[in-house]
Design a protein around this ligand. Structure first.
Ligand SMILES: [Zn+2]
Length: 95
């Protein structure tokens, strides 16, 4: 991460370049769920101000394929259908 860029600028650049799974972005930047979620809430507002959108593709269960419908930014802990913890997504991108 460049010292001249803030963490939020770094996240915005990454999300403009490609779609990221919440967990991959979090691990890559070494952030907690809470901090990344707060950054994303802030980013959601700041990109809207310049006419862009933070797009969210909902999470799904790797075990049974259950699709989460809530537009929560952070990944759910486990599947309400099969109790599996292997949750994929949510995926994020700025368009
Ligand atoms: Zn499931």
């Amino acid at each position: 991460m460049s010292p001249r860029r803030t963490r939020r600028q770094e996240i915005v650049e990454r999300l403009r370049a490609e779609e990221w799974a919440f967990a991959d972005l979090r691990h890559d930047l070494g952030l907690t769920v809470r901090i990344l979620e707060e950054d994303l809430k802030h980013i959601q507002k700041s990109v809207r101000a310049v006419g862009d959108r933070l797009q969210l593709r909902s999470a799904s269960c790797a075990g049974c394929g259950f699709g989460f419908t809530a537009n929560a930014l952070h990944p759910p802990g486990r599947c309400p259908s099969c109790r599996d913890r292997r949750i994929e997504g949510p995926w994020l991108r700025i368009t």
